[in-house]
Design a protein around this ligand. Structure first.
Ligand code: MCN
Ligand code: MOS
Length: 708
């Protein structure tokens, strides 16, 4: 037996192995955990966006029924700072002093016997502020702006000269509103100190990071912190950072020495778990009159909270998009009095794509060349930054297969040339080049006497299908059936795993599983078994109860020294919209996505990822906008009634096709797929709106007022 990949199980569209548990209500989400002796917390939040607290009176709250503790900056024990981490650390912790940086900032936590008592008491805390006028707009001259704070800027060639020599140029500025992740599951923390050991059920995509952070802040060894998250009701990036509510709940549990549970309210989700930063991008393109790109200049200004450090990544991947000798990027971050920003599906990549792929459409229109042809003419055959061949790239197939399936040739290039009754009809497209990401991962794989395998790792399944693909891959490699594999994840007492993030978990985990399975099968081969001997028979013969191996992967490290340019996924999106000119209404009528994700773990889950991402992209393009009140800094639409996400009626049939073969770099041949679904949707739709109406909307979301 050798641990090889076939299509016996791998890639098959099998149902989720945890599907029944989920629909039967037997999959516990963080808010489902209740511990003996547990009490409940509620947060006290700032009602101003900038200034200082001059008085905070706990007495009425402390006297309220059921109240056990009220912690504010005046009486909360100090904490050590969290360790820096690559996902951006919030440099200043709540309750450390009296300063206010944003509306909704947590300024205290109330603990009571019941949730209702805690919430009622939180309202009784009297707070007075020395209020300052908040700076809320990234263009406000008072905003503190950092130039190139994360070293993301780059340049090759001579952009200025190339722009001056170009036959055709585009110089356009695109803006994207802030957006909120809005997962269904309200973020929850249930913290308890059990005999010196901290056990935390926490909504997070990155339990290993939460463990390391809490260990440092509460000054206990990492082995004495256990973070549990077996199921998560969606994150979309909101669960990638350590948030203040997790720390405050843990602190309250420590002070009271009782389990404390906190469930954020929906409005608190908007101000406590990050959001996609509003941003403004200027793109300058220079090209020959036959559409060869001579220069790309990309300038970005993105919002960030005050005293926050989190890159927006928007310009990071610009240099790798197209074959072009002269490319420069400029990155600026404006710190304003808004709730902390965070990660939201394809952070950076989705924003970059909207601006660049819109600008390319403007260029195509300007010089009269077909938009698909323009992408093909500037196709990056090798990675334009390193000059190395790609580990895989089927973007050309994405473009040509997509054009074919969509019926792109039926497009009359003239704007306003296509109609369906009262609706103006438009076709638009975008190409997508995303980056590769992976972090180190470890798994423990055990096979027992019964011939059943158990895979253990601290990874999470945030709705993506980690349980299922881990079982599929393990079964595939060990020659087992799917129901012979058990997957235990979401527990930091298990081997350390990276975050479910950056579309990187499935690849990192898969490589570690392959390593472990390879060790087990090699050991079996050495143990002189008869050909085809099962694990069960072998263990029986050797008198062993079980056999285990620890598998590891560190793909990012390996990528650094590879001869290949390690590729992320690629895609092309083709959108048809209808625009009702009198009402300004835009309807997505159909959308074709052709995606190169390398080898697929599970065709059904992969498709679901792309569909889910596409729906989120539709929200980003036409509906979603986190509105900060320009006077108070309060998020004015922080409920799911006011923050509008797509519903079924907004979503037409979405065609998803996969192209390309196994990637030459990753041990599993797979590439990430969790984020690519959102990228390119905005540009494809905006380009289609232009084709339908002749109006170029450079400002997301494309709401009806922008078309009237
Ligand atoms: N997959 C596959 N074949 C591949 C790659 C992936 O079948 N070649 C499928 C698998 O089911 C895998 C999933 O796609 O579990 C995602 O894999 P990957 O691209 O490695 O992404 P991660 O596991 O790191 O998940 C995070 C990613 C990100 S960054 C966001 S944001 C996001 C996303 O996944 N948030 C999600 N998809 C989400 N889906 C749900 N339901 N909920 C979220 O919060
Ligand atoms: Mo995804 S935004 O990296 O969780």
């Amino acid at each position: 037996m050798t641990a090889t990949l076939t299509d016996r199980l791998l890639g098959r569209p099998v149902d989720r192995v945890d599907g029944r548990r989920k629909v039967a209500g037997a999959a516990p989400y963080p808010s489902d955990f209740d511990l003996p002796g547990q009490v409940h917390a509620a947060l006290i939040s700032s009602t101003v966006a900038a200034g200082r607290i001059t008085r905070i009176d706990r007495s009425a709250a402390e006297a309220a029924p059921g109240v056990l503790a009220v912690l504010t900056h005046e009486n909360a024990p100090a904490l050590a700072p969290p360790p820096p981490n690559d996902l951006g650390s919030i440099t200043r912790w709540t309750l450390q002093d009296d300063r206010i940086f944003h509306y909704g900032q947590h300024i205290g936590i109330v603990v009571a016997a019941t949730q209702a008592q805690a919430q009622a008491a939180a309202r009784l805390v009297e707070v007075e502020y020395a209020e300052q006028e908040p700076v809320l707009d990234i263009l406000d001259p008072r905003a503190f702006v950092e130039e190139n704070p994360y070293g993301l800027e780059s340049s090759r060639g001579d952009v200025e000269t190339a722009l001056a020599a170009a036959d055709a140029t585009v110089d356009a500025t695109y803006t994207i509103a802030g957006e909120s992740n809005s997962p269904m599951g309200l973020f929850t923390t249930v913290a308890s100190w059990q005999g010196g050991r901290l056990v935390v059920h926490d909504t997070t995509q990155y339990p290993s990071m939460v463990r390391a952070s809490l260990a440092a802040m509460f000054e206990v060894p990492e082995r004495d912190v256990r973070v549990l998250i077996p199921f998560l009701g969606g994150g979309f990036g909101a669960g990638l950072r350590l948030w203040s509510h997790t720390v405050l709940t843990t602190l309250a549990a420590r002070v009271l020495d009782r389990p404390v549970k906190l469930v954020l309210t929906r409005p608190q989700m908007f101000s406590s778990t990050g959001h996609r930063a509003s941003n403004r991008q200027r793109i300058q393109l220079g090209a020959t009159d036959d559409g060869r790109l001579l220069a790309i200049d990309h300038e970005c200004l993105a919002a960030n909270g005050v005293e926050d450090r989190l890159s927006s990544y928007i310009v990071a991947n610009t240099p790798a998009q197209y074959a072009c000798d002269n490319v420069a990027t400029h990155d600026r971050v404006a710190h304003v009095n808004i709730p902390y920003t965070g990660f939201m599906r394809a952070p950076g990549g989705a924003e970059l794509n909207f601006a660049l792929e819109s600008a390319l459409d403007e260029l195509a229109n300007g010089i009269g060349i077909d938009p698909v042809e323009l992408r093909l003419r500037n196709y990056a055959e090798v990675n334009p930054v390193s000059g190395k061949p790609w580990s895989s790239k089927a973007l050309r197939e994405c473009l040509t297969v997509g054009a074919d399936r969509f019926g792109w040739s039926r497009r009359d290039p003239a704007p306003r040339s296509m109609r369906d009754g009262d609706w103006l009809v438009g076709y638009g497209m975008a190409g997508v080049t995303f980056d590769f990401y992976a972090d180190a991962c470890e798994v423990r794989l055990t096979v027992d006497q019964g011939g059943n395998a158990t895979l253990r790792t601290a990874a999470t399944d945030i709705g993506t299908g980690t349980y299922t693909i881990a079982a599929q891959l393990t079964a595939e490699l060990l020659g087992l059936d799917l129901d012979q594999v058990r997957v235990e994840i979401g527990d930091t007492d298990l081997p350390p795993a990276p975050q479910s993030g950056g579309s990187g978990l499935a690849g990192a985990l898969g490589a570690a599983v392959k390593d472990a399975a390879g060790q087990l099968t090699a050991r079996l081969a050495r143990l002189d078994g008869s050909p085809g001997e099962t694990f069960g028979a072998m263990l029986d013969r050797l008198g062993l109860d079980e056999i285990s191996a620890t598998g590891r992967s560190d793909l990012a490290a390996a990528a650094g020294t590879a001869d290949l340019a390690v590729a992320g996924p690629f895609a092309a999106r083709f959108a048809e919209v209808g625009v009702d000119e009198e009402l300004g209404l835009v309807r997505l009528r159909r959308l074709v996505s052709v995606v190169d994700g390398g080898r697929l773990y599970n065709e059904k889950l992969a498709r679901s990822q792309v569909i889910g991402g596409t729906v989120m992209g539709l929200g980003m393009t036409l509906l979603e906008e986190t509105i900060v009140d320009p006077n108070t800094g309060r998020i004015a639409n922080g409920t799911l009634g006011d923050y509008v996400v797509p519903v079924n009626a907004d979503v037409p049939e979405l065609d998803v096709v996969f192209v390309g073969g196994p990637d030459a770099f990753t041990p599993t041949g797979t590439k990430g797929l969790g984020e690519i679904g959102i990228i390119g949707v905005a540009a494809a739709i905006a380009n289609a709106v232009h084709h339908a109406t002749g109006r170029r909307v450079r400002d997301l979301p494309i709401t009806l007022d922008k078309l009237l």
